[in-house]
Each structure stands twice: as structure tokens, then as C-alpha cells.
Design a protein around this ligand. Structure first.
Ligand code: GAL
Length: 756
């Protein structure tokens, strides 16, 4: 498959990548300041005694930038015990002048898995959990004029007292402070959190109920504004007196509001002022309901077509910054044309969720866990995870369902009564689900969310029903497997979606899974990978990706994706693989060999009666050996030629391709872009039998994340380029023994220094 054709637009949407918020610059009149604290961490590797002490000698530690993985790993076949240990991080800083007299918190967005944080030698209680944020009030422990040091002892082992651990899990968690850290400076009376809930969205009388969670002990006024960019849409206020923590303000008379939808993911800002503090959040107006007739978004029936996503990447696990998170969301929305993603099996990066909001991709988010339920204290942590997940993410319009059960666990009436009650109390606006594999399990949630790996699927046994996993381990497939396998893998996804489309009682389905992922030795293919994705671990498409892509309207994109690889010899002639699918949204396909029309085919709407765009088939066993040569596929709609694809018949590795996702990065020390390495035919299609090593030389303000030389697998693979904290030009040269070398350049712009 030609990856360039597949990835239609490499930059659209990335203009939306996050910029600094007002609280992170000096432009805000508010007393609140967010100081990013991602650079200049000192990493000491494995824990040493006294490493949290103020005077500990950290001069031998290495300087690292967050997000950080506690070890760099090969992309497969490694020992996961390599990251399962306690490591130490230290960060020195001075309190900024503007912070004098204020409250100072440190906010960790995610560290895997149990963090003991100390400020100037004072240890806080261990935070247990690798997927949700945590904060500590540093104020009483600070040295206001001299050096301060935050030290973290981070236990990245699989501690059985912390979800998801205690049993076996089919994925790796990796280790490190793998999300961002910041200092939050606020006045004593401040806003802790905001939950802005659009109500009556489908009527002219729509409102926003803004719940302001306040801290401090003062009286005053809380004012709330709804903004569309610079335009004030509505304003309201409430008097605050005494210590009440929650104050509600309802905004009404909103005038014209653009609803948030999959095609117009319109966002509004809610800005709240309380005394000298100001805080804001983004919301979207949409009504999202699971009903007996399927899922409705703003009253419109939408058949959910999704895939599960693990948050891990090759080499570094979860430690990837905003741009990589955005890229994944972009791939799911625009390359795979999904309308839903499940963050299996835990809350994922806020950047990923922001991207889903801005790109118009629905999300099912769930608490950490996999099959195992621990004792009471473990369950208490899982209940806390429900609260932490919802309080972090309740403003994201993309999130349509909270998963409040441990994935594929047994029934546990008391435990799941608690998780559901908490979810409903915190967020009455969303339905709950909880992913199960027992068809007859107890339903305490609103939506019966079921992993049904069978075909045909079981009928919906509850009015609100969503299939949350299928295919996966039942048909593990590598990108470069032989044609019989990749074709069948594609068809298994297609058959399930065909059945889901046959009955409104199925709200839709979320296949297992989007991307291949690292796992333990007792799962997957034995090399620490589950090859269950419709894309590989580098996010390169397998044939099954073409099925998902082909389900979009031709007005969005015309798709023609054969589930075979001509340039790699999937054309064995008589006795060959027989009928194989071409996934497409065209009406008619012509197939030429060496310029001569060989056959014509149309979507198989008999076999796939319910899919809007059924795959077409051609018989690969019925190909002439004379003439032999290049394959050309033409797609027609309304008798008009709308797409042409070409594949070489020469069987020659024609070129080395080096394809960065981005040509401009930020010099902030953590920004990254993926660089695909592929050996291709003369048309750019991956030569799946190409082998050899690609030797990489990098010059300029960046470093490589990945293996060098990179040993091609199935003719392709990827590394990432990460910036240093400086501007300049990164030049990457790639050499393959037999092919002309390639050079790419990436411009790195300067990023503001961190102020603390
Ligand atoms: C499911 C499980 C997933 C994954 C999948 C593989 O049972 O929920 O996490 O292991 O199987 O197909």
C-alpha cells in the first residue's frame, strides 16, 4: 500500500496543535501562572539511598526532558523487567518572584506507576496510579529565596496493590515520568476545577451549567463568561461566601450556537474569574445518547465505527508529547475514517483528548484495569480512578461514555455499584458503560458494552448495546503476512461491521485494535508484540486499514485499497490465493496488467448487504502470465474515472523513502516527529520483502528515538526525531547499502525558555 496515498494530508489539522495558554505567558492579568517544568530534570536511574534528601549529590545524574521513559527499549523482543524498577528524578528550581505570597502546587500529569514526591526533603504520601494526574501543595515547604528541589522516587514495577496490576495484563505499562509536569501558582482563594455542562442542547433554550469548584476561605464574586474566540456569548455571576467549595452559575440566552459534531467540531471557551484568579476550559454543545435505536449525536443516528487504542509507542512506551498524541488522533480520524476511539484500557493523554475534541472524534474513556479485581484497598483505588478520570476530562465534548468497570472482569455488585454511583454523581450528563466479556453479566451501567469476538455476533441482549472488541487475538496478522492472511484479516473486520450495520440495536463496534502494541511474553506473538492492529506498531497501515478507510463518503475522499500487495508478489496465478478484496467506495473497478484491461469488478453488495461501501473482489488465481507487468487499478463513480492506482510488477527495490510527518518542530526539548523509512517500488508502494539496514546520521538540534541502524521489517519501519531546546535545522541522512541515500531537513523554531 502506498503510504503517501494512504496518509492523505500530513499537516492539515496541525495548525490546531496547542499553543501556550494565557496562564503560561505573562499576558494574563490574572494572578494564576502555569510554569512548565519539563526540562532540566536530573535522572538518576535506579533508586539510591537518600536520593530525596536536599543535599543529595545529584551531579552524576543525567539531564532529561519530559515526557521521559525510564529506559529506551528496542521496538520488540525485549525483557519488560528492564523498566520494572524504582528510579529517581530530581528537579531544582527557584520560586519565581511573581509567586511570592501565593499558593504553589506541583502538577504531575502522569507518572508510571507509584510516585513518592518530596519537596526540599519533605515527603508526601505516595501517589498510586500511572494514568491519572496528581498534585501536591508545595507552599509550606518552599525556600522562597534560594534553591528548591523536587525529588521523585518512581516505582515502575507491577505492584499488585495498584490497578491494573495483580493478575496478568495483555499490554506493557513502561516506566518514567511520561507525561508533563508544571508548577501552578494561584492566589489563596482560587478555582480548583470547572465543569461546564451544556444543557437543553437541542432546543433554543440551551444553557450552560458551570460548576465552579473553589478553594480558599474568602468571600467574593465568581463571574463566568462563555466565549467564542474573542466574542462574548454570555455572562453570569454568583456571590461566594464562607467556605462552600462548589458554586454553580447557569448561563442562558446564548443566541446562535454552532453544535459540536463530527464534521464541525466547534468549541467554545468558558472563562471563570474568582478574585484575582482566572481559569478556563473548552466545551462543545452536543447531545450524545445511546438509545434503543442506536447512538444519536445531536438527534442524528450515527453507527459507531471505532477501534481500540493503546497509548504506547515503540522504544519509549507512553512517553510521547503532544504532537505524537495529535498524530494518533489524526490517523484515527482521517486515515482510518473512524468516528469513535476507545482509550483501552485507561485514561490517556490530555493532548490526545484535546485532539479528539478539535478533530471531531468520539471517545469511550475507561478506568485502568484488565480482568483482575483486587481486594478492598485495590477497589478503593479503582473508585478513586473513576473520580480522577471524570474530574480531569468532563469538559471534553468528544467523550460520550465513561467505562467504569475493569475490562473483562467478573461481576462484583458492590464494587460496580460504587463506580457507577460516583460517575453519575460527578457527571449526570453522560451515560456509563463498562467493558465485559460475559454476555450474561450484571448490568449496573446504562450501556451494555460487550467484547464479542465471535462471528456471527450475538444479538443485542439489552436495549443500549455496543460491541467494544472483535477480531484481535482471533486473527493476529502482521502487516507483511501473506495475502491469504491479510485478506482474511480485512474481511473479518468487514463482516463484523456488516452485521453491526444490519441492526439498529447494535450502536456500532470498536474493533481490536488500531495499532500493534507491546505486551508481555505470555501474550501476543512471543516477541513482546500483539499484532492485532489494523496498523502496525509504527502506525503503518495493514490491508485491514483499507477497509476502515473505505467506509467514508467519496465526497470526503475517494478510496481504492487492494488487500494484496502486487509489488511484493501477491499474484501467484493458477492455484494462487483466489478471491481477494479491494476496499473501496467507488462503484466500478477496472484492473489492467501491463496496460491491458484484464478484468472489471464491482462491490459485493450481496455478501455485504448492509455496508454502505462493500468490498469488491478479484480472483488472483486467474491472472495471465502473459502479458505480465505493472498493475493499474481504476475506480469509477457514475461512469467517471475518479481514482487510479499503480503497482510495479518488476519486483525490484527501486527507492529508499524517508518520510517525516512534520517539517517544522518546536525547539522545546520534547517535540517529536515520526520519520517513516520505507523501501518502495517506483510508484512508492512498500516492497514488503525488502530487507537490509538503514543507517541514519543526524545533525543539528535534535536526537533520534529508535534503532540506528534500523533493520527494515516488511520493507519499512520508523524512528522519531526529538528536538533539543534550541532552534536550527535538523538534517537526517539515511543510507541503505543498495539504494541511493536520502536526506531530509526539519526546521526547528525557538521555544520560550522555561521560567523556573
Ligand atoms: C481482549 C482484551 C484486550 C486484548 C484483546 C486481544 O480480551 O480485552 O485487551 O487483550 O483481547 O484480542
Amino acid at each position: 500500500m502506498n503510504r503517501r496515498d494512504f496518509l492523505t494530508s500530513s499537516v492539515a489539522g496541525f495548525a490546531l496543535m496547542p499553543t501556550l495558554s494565557a496562564a503560561e505567558t505573562n499576558e494574563s492579568p490574572s494572578a494564576r501562572r502555569i510554569y512548565r517544568m519539563n526540562r532540566d530534570w536530573l535522572f538518576g536511574g535506579r533508586k539510591t539511598a537518600d536520593a530525596t534528601a536536599v543535599n543529595f549529590d545529584d551531579s552524576s545524574f543525567s539531564k532529561v526532558t519530559l515526557p521521559h521513559s525510564n529506559v529506551m527499549l528496542p521496538w520488540h523482543s525485549f525483557d519488560d523487567r528492564a523498566y520494572e524498577h524504582v528510579s529517581v528524578y530530581r528537579r531544582h528550581f527557584k520560586v519565581p518572584k511573581s509567586a511570592q505570597g501565593k499558593r504553589i502546587f506541583v502538577d504531575f500529569e502522569g507518572a508510571m506507576t507509584a510516585s513518592t514526591v518530596a519537596i526540599n526533603g519533605h515527603k508526601f504520601e505516595e501517589f498510586r496510579g500511572g494514568y491519572t494526574p496528581f498534585s501536591f501543595d508545595l507552599t509550606p515547604h518552599l525556600n522562597w529565596t534560594g534553591d528548591n528541589v523536587i525529588a521523585v522516587e518512581l516505582d515502575s514495577s507491577e505492584r499488585p496493590d495498584i490497578p491494573p496490576f495483580g493478575g496478568n495484563i495483555d499490554y506493557l505499562t513502561f516506566g518514567g515520568i511520561y507525561r508533563e509536569v508544571s508548577l501552578r501558582v494561584v492566589p489563596n482563594n482560587h478555582i480548583e476545577n470547572l465543569f461546564a455542562e451544556p444543557q437543553n442542547v437541542m432546543s433554543a433554550n440551551r444553557k450552560v451549567l458551570v460548576r465552579c469548584y473553589l478553594a480558599g476561605d474568602g468571600d467574593g464574586t465568581v463571574t463566568v463568561e462563555l466565549r467564542d474566540g474573542q466574542r462574548l456569548v454570555a455572562k453570569g455571576s454568583a456571590q461566594v461566601s464562607g467556605k462552600t467549595a462548589l458554586h454553580e452559575v447557569t448561563l442562558s440566552n446564548l443566541g446562535d450556537i454552532t453544535l459540536w459534531s463530527l464534521t464541525t467540531p466547534k468549541l467554545y471557551d468558558v472563562v471563570v474569574k474568582y478574585g484575582s484568579d482566572e481559569h478556563q476550559t473548552r466545551i462543545g454543545f452536543r447531545e450524545a445518547r445511546f438509545t434503543p435505536k442506536g447512538f444519536m449525536l445531536n438527534g442524528e443516528h450515527i453507527k459507531l465505527r471505532g477501534l481500540n487504542r493503546h497509548q504506547t509507542f515503540p522504544y519509549v512506551g507512553g512517553a510521547m508529547p503532544a504532537r505524537a498524541q495529535w498524530r494518533d488522533a489524526y490517523i484515527l480520524k482521517h486515515d482510518l475514517k473512524l468516528n469513535l476511539v476507545r482509550t483501552s484500557h485507561y485514561p490517556q493523554s490530555r493532548h490526545f483528548l484535546d485532539a479528539c475534541d478539535q478533530l471531531g472524534l468520539l471517545v469511550l474513556e475507561e478506568i485502568p484495569g484488565w480482568q483482575h479485581i483486587g481486594e478492598n484497598a485495590w477497589q478503593d483505588l479503582a473508585v478513586r480512578n473513576v473520580g480522577d478520570m471524570i474530574r480531569r476530562d468532563w469538559n471534553h465534548p468528544s467523550i460520550i461514555l465513561w467505562g467504569v468497570r475493569i475490562n473483562e472482569s467478573q461481576d462484583n455488585h458492590n464494587f460496580y455499584t460504587r463506580t457507577n454511583a460516583l460517575a453519575r454523581e460527578l457527571d449526570p450528563s453522560r451515560q456509563t458503560g463498562g467493558i465485559r466479556y460475559l454476555y450474561n453479566s450484571e448490568l449496573l451501567e446504562d450501556v451494555f458494552t460487550m467484547n464479542d469476538f465471535d462471528f456471527p455476533l450475538q444479538p443485542p441482549n439489552h436495549p443500549l448495546y455496543l460491541n467494544t472488541e472483535f477480531v484481535g487475538h482471533k486473527y493476529s496478522t502482521k502487516r507483511f503476512d501473506q495475502v491469504e492472511r491479510v485478506a482474511e484479516h480485512t474481511l473479518r473486520h468487514a463482516r463484523i461491521h456488516d452485521q453491526l450495520a444490519s441492526n439498529d440495536g447494535y450502536s456500532g463496534g470498536i474493533g481490536w485494535c488500531a495499532f500493534d502494541y507491546n505486551t508481555h511474553g505470555n501474550f501476543g506473538s512471543g516477541d513482546r508484540i500483539c499484532y492485532h492492529g489494523v496498523m502496525d506498531i509504527f502506525r503503518l497501515p495493514k490491508a485491514a486499514a483499507g477497509f476502515y478507510k473505505s467506509q467514508c463518503e467519496p465526497s470526503e475522499e475517494i478510496v481504492l485499497e487492494p488487500a494484496f500487495n502486487w509489488s511484493s508478489g501477491d499474484h501467484s496465478g493458477a492455484g494462487g490465493p483466489g478471491h481477494v478484496p479491494i476496499c473501496s467506495n467507488v462503484e466500478h473497478i477496472k484492473l489492467y496488467i501491463d496496460g491491458k484491461l484484464h478484468t472489471e469488478t464491482e462491490p459485493d453488495t450481496k455478501t455485504f448487504a448492509h455496508l454502505k461501501y462493500a468490498p469488491a473482489f478479484i480472483d488472483l488465481s486467474d491472472l495471465p502470465l502473459d502479458p505480465w507487468g505493472d498493475l493499474k487499478l481504476e475506480g469509477y463513480i457514475g461512469g467517471k474515472l475518479v481514482i487510479t492506482k499503480q503497482y510495479s510488477g518488476k519486483g525490484i527495490d527501486a527507492q529508499l523513502l524517508v518520510e517525516p510527518d512534520d517539517e517544522r518542530l518546536r525547539g522545546d526539548g520534547s517535540d517529536v516527529t515520526r520519520v517513516l523509512l520505507r523501501v518502495a517500488d517506483e510508484y512508492g508502494n512498500t516492497q514488503q520483502f525488502a530487507s537490509g539496514a538503514v543507517a541514519l546520521t543526524l545533525e543539528g538540534p535534535g536526537e533520534l528515538i529508535g534503532e540506528n541502524p534500523f533493520g527494515l521489517v516488511g520493507g519499512a519501519g520508523a524512528v522519531w526525531i526529538k528536538t533539543k531546546a534550541e532552534a536550527g535545522t535538523i538534517r537526517l541522512t539515511a543510507k541503505h547499502q543498495y539504494l541511493p541515500p536520502k536526506k531530509i531537513e526539519i526546521e526547528v523554531s525557538s521555544a520560550p525558555a522555561e521560567a523556573v
